[in-house]
Design a protein around this ligand. Structure first.
Ligand code: GLN
Length: 206
């Protein structure tokens, strides 16, 4: 079974996600290819998708990205399609989002996960930082997480599992085939998050 994984986007840390996913496939000894997914057609052709960080309002406004997002919406209605969203990707996956400073942003969202996400949750003083996290689904060993103007999850539905917290902030969630993280797992050389996502993909691919 060969997997085809897409990394969606027009800007952001796309290359880093592609490299981390390739490395994770190699470590797991799973056959697969990783493509940079820009169009709706490409979205329809993959078994699972990564939505990277960036600036969620900007990427939501880009028209090509908009069409690719429509394809994702179509696909998640038809099948259990695994998606990993990181940082801005987590925001885009949410049903509800607002900004800590400016409030409502009325931005384009996928609405895949039953969560409310607060953008820029950590404020301006703490724009970027690193922290050791316990992520329940990847094992006991802590994960060095990079946070860049990160969001956090403020409310979640009954089917959502909290998989990582930083103090009182919820920074990792899972809802069936969807995984959302407030930080950037592609910026470290620890590939356990990508390995976990590949396992999830194998579980859902029939
Ligand atoms: N603050 C950005 C947003 O709200 C997300 C930052 C990121 O993806 N690193 O869209």
């Amino acid at each position: 079974m060969k997997l085809k994984i897409g990394v969606l986007g027009l800007q952001g840390d796309i290359e880093e996600h592609i490299e981390a996913t390739k490395l994770a496939l190699k470590k797991l000894n799973v056959e697969g290819e990783v493509i940079w997914t820009k169009s709706g057609e490409e979205v329809l052709s993959v078994d699972g998708l990564i939505i990277p960080g960036g600036e969620s309002t900007v990427i939501g406004l880009l028209s090509t990205y908009g069409r690719a997002l429509d394809a994702v919406k179509e696909k998640i209605l038809e099948e259990e399609f695994p998606i990993l969203g990181t940082c801005a990707g987590l925001i885009i996956m949410a049903k509800r989002a607002y900004d800590k400073i400016v409030g409502q942003t009325n931005q384009e969202l996928l609405g895949a996960m039953d969560i409310t996400v607060e953008r820029n949750s950590f404020g301006r003083q703490k724009e970027s930082f690193e922290a050791d996290l316990h992520i329940s689904v990847i094992g006991e060993k802590s994960f060095r997480a990079v946070f860049i103007r990160a969001p956090s999850v403020k409310e979640y539905g009954s089917k959502v599992e909290v998989i990582a917290k930083l103090e009182e902030y919820i920074v990792g969630v899972k809802e069936r085939n969807f995984l959302g993280l407030a930080f950037h797992p592609e910026l470290t050389n620890d590939t356990r998050v990508h390995e976990y996502f590949i396992n999830l993909l194998q579980e859902y691919k029939r």
